[in-house]
Design a protein around this ligand. Sequence first.
Ligand SMILES: NC(=O)c1ccc[n+]([C@@H]2O[C@H](COP(=O)([O-])OP(=O)(O)OC[C@H]3O[C@@H](n4cnc5c(N)ncnc54)[C@H](OP(=O)(O)O)[C@@H]3O)[C@@H](O)[C@H]2O)c1
Ligand SMILES: [Zn+2]
Length: 385
Amino acid sequence: MLPADAQFDEQMMRRAIRLAMNGRGRVEPNPMVAAVIVKDGRVIGEGFHAQFGGPHAEPTALSSLTESAEGATAYVTLEPCCHTNKKTPPCVPALIEARLARVVVGCVDPNPDVNGKGLEMLRAAGIAVDVNVLEDPAKQLIAPFIAHTVYDRPYVTLKWAETADGKVAGRDGKPLQITSEKASRLVHQLRARCDAIMIGIGTAMIDDPLLTAREAPEPRPLMRVVLDSQLRLPMESKLVRTARQHRVLVEFDRRLAEAERDKLNALQQAGVQPFMVERRFDGLNLEQVLTPLAHFGATHVLVEAGPTVASSFFHEQTLADRVWLFRSPNAVNEPTAPAGVGVPANYVKTGETEIDGDHLTEYLNPSSPVFFAAEPSADFVLATG
Ligand SMILES: NC(=O)c1ccc[n+]([C@@H]2O[C@H](COP(=O)([O-])OP(=O)(O)OC[C@H]3O[C@@H](n4cnc5c(N)ncnc54)[C@H](OP(=O)(O)O)[C@@H]3O)[C@@H](O)[C@H]2O)c1
Ligand SMILES: [Zn+2]
């Protein structure tokens, strides 16, 4: 048992972590952050980072105060910032000016411009600082930010839907609407919060998807990415035809750059951005595939994975961070329908819910470098209310 004070600290940090999740899909490539200000055991102000370029969590919390913060404690999910080479003024001076007695921090900011300097400045101003309260959940909250900042790649979510008998498509692989309307809406909301959506050329050829976020109130600019070693993506596909409105990247085998010059030119003329990567025995090098996405600012890629792409990601062991698996109660009963791949046995289940009869399970990959705690993600928490 933790002492009562430590328990209270964790309770307030939990509250801050949940509050921070409200920024999901709007603050990226920044991390989700929230602050809760407490005096004499009462919450007197709180706020979260709500929009990229908008105020940070700490000034938002300070501006919501119902009384003076003098002598109060601020619980902040991430180390407050002290650097000035960014859009908004640094938060540490604002916390000092508010005359707080104590600042409790979830985790240190991995951004090299901060990384402990914010804590030092607070301490130098005479504020008591406690760090790493619920450190692992606080890091899990910002796993996509850590993936981008420290590992130079976006966070990777694999998502697919299966029938009750484990199939991912209909007869001979023909497209099949597997889940309910409500589950599809959830997927569109998830797309709207991610920065990039990736598919394999198998899915592109069969389903000819558009991969935009429909029905989302404020969709973000999306990157649509196709893994297509041989540059087979048809010029008449929906993706190519809409490449001027929504970015399309096609990643292909670098050895084909000469031989496929005409196709490359045609794709570029249509507004598609081709990227050369290495091809290995089982497909494009997935680590290399992710790099251009990170360089375009993507912190989170949603892979709408066919079985072939899903198995490659699982084969890599450390590149897939999360799985969202929808399972419908209906069977397709078609021997020629392709089967889904199983989620690796070591993956940890972090959430389960029913959506109009469909079952959604969230898993995290414990071998990912950005796995810190078996906590449901912000996407999952927001989806399930
Ligand atoms: N139920 C669902 O949620 C869902 C989701 C997606 C797809 N699907 C269904 O799944 C079927 C398509 O799946 P699929 O397995 O045939 O194809 P896929 O996984 O969509 O694409 C596989 C292809 O992508 C290319 N690729 C390039 N790099 C790769 C890499 N590192 N790893 C794996 N593939 C790589 C390969 O073609 P190249 O060698 O030419 O590059 C490979 O054959 C369709 O029937 C579709 O409807 C269902
Ligand atoms: Zn800040």
